[in-house]
Design a binder for this molecule. Structure first.
Ligand code: ADP
Length: 153
């Protein structure tokens, strides 16, 4: 049976930290879905369409990666896709506490859906989409935080 996972997130924008998690997850799963979420209560710098196109373009040559967008509960979307696992990255203790609560709540909702965590590579631990957004807003050079070849809109 092929093993599949959904990596959900905002990816506003997709960073070197996200790319590192995806690259390291690829040997673990046969198919990986990158699920780009749209949450009514969040304000994004990039539209859903821009975020999807950015990640799709980056992985155009990787047939095992599928870029999808969704609204609503991540567990509902995971069930709809029929994936075996959720995938998340952890940078620090506050990520851990936050992710732990979400993963435990998700398992309460859908017991057969487990979450796999990968610890960030140390040199990317400080990178977050919000820092990148701040740099971009002030016309700084954000390329050091972004994967080589990623096209921002
Ligand atoms: P969300 O709004 O769901 O937190 P993000 O796009 O900020 O979406 O993050 C998606 C996932 O990527 C989360 O699991 C987050 O912890 C992980 N992540 C973000 N930045 C990094 C990084 N620098 N290293 C490892 N994982 C990261």
């Amino acid at each position: 049976m092929p093993k599949t996972a959904l990596f959900p997130g905002s990816f506003d924008p997709f960073t070197l930290g996200h790319e590192d998690i995806v690259r390291r997850a690829l040997p673990l799963f046969d198919e990986l879905y990158i699920g780009i979420g749209e949450n009514q209560d969040k304000r994004y710098q990039f539209t859903l369409d821009e975020r999807v196109r950015m990640v799709e373009g980056f992985y155009a040559d990787e047939p095992r990666i599928h870029v999808v967008s969704y609204r609503g509960l991540t567990v509902d979307f995971a069930r709809q896709l029929g994936v075996d696992f959720l995938l998340r990255g952890i940078r620090n203790p506050s990520d851990f506490e936050f992710e732990k609560a979400i993963a435990q709540a998700n398992r309460q909702l859908v017991p057969e859906l487990d979450t796999v965590f990968l610890l960030t590579t140390a040199r990317y631990a400080y990178i977050s989409s919000s820092i990148v957004r701040d740099v971009l807003r002030h016309h700084g050079d954000a390329s050091v935080f972004l994967p080589d070849g990623l096209q921002l809109p």
